[in-house]
Design a binder for this molecule. Structure first.
Ligand code: NAD
Ligand code: IPM
Ligand code: MN
Length: 355
């Protein structure tokens, strides 16, 4: 019998509401397939910060390193500045465990209405492959002449050859494996003098090794416009940490709600645990109301099982999500329904058990 040890960090806000629904779906699917999942909960959050001055204990990363995977809700809540909470928990995990691929699938499901006119299931079906550990996300820089009229703040971006090539290789391999074999790279090489022309050059160099993959590059400004105007054009999108972040909220918004979108923070070499979470955040505006949509979290749970080699569990959970949305069994408000978080979570469990 396969057995996996999963570290669970519900985190802040609706993270604590959606994670239990993800666990219920995992348990239902695992029971069906004879897989044993052991969950260990960590209450690390902004509350921990208020109590201890840290988002996680000093040996937090060491504790997490022993698990097969990490399942996370959301980090950040009013009362702690976002850069403190995120650089105290989520971002160190991505970086310490070399989760350099952030894979974010975007799909329009049957039963959901795209806000874009005349889009049907199949028209929106692509992956955002986001560089996840370097680029614009850096704590290098600082403030000079603080408190004077000459105050200057600098914020450095870092693009290494190794870091750029490995994310591009992952994206090219993914594109190569898909029917359309189409890769679109998002940059801004007209405005950013060093990093983005460098990225474009690495794309061109790698494209030579993938003659079957059709490659294009757009500056991020027109990229966002094109994504809204013709989402069916896209297949695999690759971008830097910041551009990938932006495109992976825009993409799911075009499928009806950002709340269904999953995020897999992957260490492809499996030298460290990978981490699975919804794309969305802690949603302080709806926290505590039992109306958060748990589907992004449940889809992330499915991706976790796929990463752990349990493809049948992944497929069972995905079919349950598709069924519940298609049949409109229990949809939360963001999907124009009136079900609670728990009702939707239970509908997914029921669909798993009926399969
Ligand atoms: P957010 O994703 O938390 O919320 C944006 C909007 O989407 C809100 O109106 C919210 O109600 C809605 N929404 C989000 N998830 C939903 C769900 N599951 N069901 C229904 N509606 C949902 O983004 P934000 O407001 O920019 O950020 C809030 C906090 O979360 C900040 O502290 C931010 O730093 C943090 N954050 C964390 C993560 C993460 O942990 N991965 C991701 C994004 C934001
Ligand atoms: C995400 C989030 C994070 C990111 C923030 C909270 C640091 O927006 O996972 O998309 O930008 O990576
Ligand atoms: Mn984001």
């Amino acid at each position: 019998m396969s057995q996996f040890n999963i570290a669970v960090i519900p985190g802040d806000g609706i993270g604590t509401e959606v994670i239990p629904e993800g666990i219920k779906a995992l348990q239902a699917a695992a029971a069906q397939q004879g897989i044993e999942l052991n969950f260990t909960h960590f209450d690390w959050s902004c509350e921990t910060y208020h109590k201890t001055g840290r988002m996680m204990p000093e040996d937090g990363l060491e504790q997490l390193s022993r698990f097969d995977a990490i399942f996370l809700g959301a980090v950040g809540f009013p009362g702690v500045p976002d850069h403190i909470s995120l650089w105290g928990l989520l971002l160190p995990i991505r970086r310490a465990f070399n989760q350099y691929v952030n894979l974010r699938p975007v799909r329009l499901f049957e039963g959901l209405q795209s806000p874009l006119a005349n889009k049907k299931p199949g028209d929106i079906d692509f992956y955002v492959v986001r560089e996840n550990v370097e680029g614009e996300y850096s704590n290098i820089g600082g403030i000079q002449y603080e408190g004077t009229e000459d105050e200057v703040v600098s914020q450095q971006s870092i693009f290494t050859r190794k870091g750029t090539d490995r994310i591009l290789k992952y994206a090219f391999d993914l594109a190569q494996s898909r029917d359309k074999k189409h890769l679109s790279s998002a940059t801004k090489s007209n405005g950013l003098f060093h990093s983005m022309p460098y990225w474009d050059g690495r794309v061109e160099a790698m494209a030579e090794q993938y003659p079957e993959v059709k490659v294009d590059q757009f500056h991020i400004d027109i990229f966002t416009a094109n994504l809204v105007r013709m989402p069916e054009f896209y297949d695999v999108i690759v971008g830097s940490n910041l551009f990938g972040d932006i495109l992976s909220d825009l993409g799911p918004a075009c499928t009806g709600t950002i709340a269904i979108a999953p995020s897999a923070n992957i260490n492809p070499e499996k030298t460290f645990p990978s981490m699975f979470e919804p794309v969305h955040g802690s949603a302080p505006d709806i926290a505590g109301q039992n109306i958060a949509n748990p589907i992004g979290t449940v889809w992330a749970a499915a991706m976790m099982m796929q990463h752990l080699g349990c493809n049948a569990m992944h497929d069972t959970i995905m079919t349950a999500i598709e069924t519940v949305i298609r049949d409109q069994t229990a949809l939360t408000r963001d999907m124009s329904g009136n079900a609670s978080t728990q009702e939707l979570g239970q509908a997914i469990v029921d669909a798993i058990q009926a399969s």
